[in-house]
Design a protein around this ligand. Sequence first.
Ligand SMILES: [Mg+2]
Length: 379
Amino acid sequence: MTGLLAERVVVRILAAPLAEPIPMSFSRLTERRMCLVEVHAGGEVGYGESWINYPEWAATERMATLLEGVAPVLLGTDVSDPADVLDRLVARLSGVGRQWGARGPIWQAISAVDLALWDLRGRLAGLPVGELLGQVRPSAPVYASGVGPTDVPQLCALAVERGIRAVKAKVGFGDETDRATIAAIRKHAPGARVFADANCAWAPAEAAQQTLILADEGIEWLEEPLLDPGRDALEQLHLSTGMPLAAGENCYGLNELTALAHVPGVDQVQPDPAKSGGITVATRLAAALVGTRSRLSPHWYAGAIGLRASLALATSQRSAEWVELDVRSNPLRDTLVGDGFRLDESGQILAARAPGLVGDLDHDRVAALQIATADRSAP
Ligand SMILES: [Mg+2]
């Protein structure tokens, strides 16, 4: 076989403690974690990231899925075309994922390979991935994510300091707490646009009630309101409340995402680069959204590689809109890349300049944050 052959796959688990757990409506995050995936080919290395925030044991599972499931399909084969590799991995692994009842982990593992191969492609070309994809804007609007129910004044101050003019409230903690979060955002980030994310907190009747309250509070769009986010239920909620909706971080593959985008009221479609199929699925989705009212606004709540992928998408896709930027401290995002994440004075995040996704990856920081590693090589 000719082409760019995958020679080695390395999986590294990185972790950083949190001073305090971060509350979510469904659980809490107890530490920052990242599954970094290296694909070695043609004398270069591409770096990707797989989502392992949940469950607590995701790192163990993901390492096994990548090394026992994905690596044998990848090693020794041509990896020069990320889209071809993604389609090949999905074809080979989605059947066992279905039987296992684990579509998500399979897609999350494959997504890391897709990001690594886009990073590799950019490094080999000497260009940032945003430019490889055809950059259409030098920067993208950012909203501050992860705001509430705790630390709202401090988190708003961080957003305001960076010039960010939109804030997403974490809701789903009860009426009183949610209203207090929004009031504190209005006070500490005056003039900001305000969105809300319920992380699938409510059954339909309660969702309708809470959504009307949020509409009354001037929330511009509401993310993942429903416990069981069937498309009919989302449409019904939108029709009964008029609230624009956002969703997508728990969808896998192009078909689920495009079906979601067709739901009336779902104005923000949010594929996660390290869950739903990497840059390849997101660019296919972005193309499908051109000419519709739905915008591609990638979900992101983990490390540096996925944020760079979000940024590459937001600055290269005409149907893209927001970049999600968690404003809480995260060493796995903030200290891993030399060039960092720069915002201009109007709160727009600037396109990255490093080759690939993370041509400026700090290998000493990777080593310092690593808690486990394993690898496989081509025979
Ligand atoms: Mg969310």
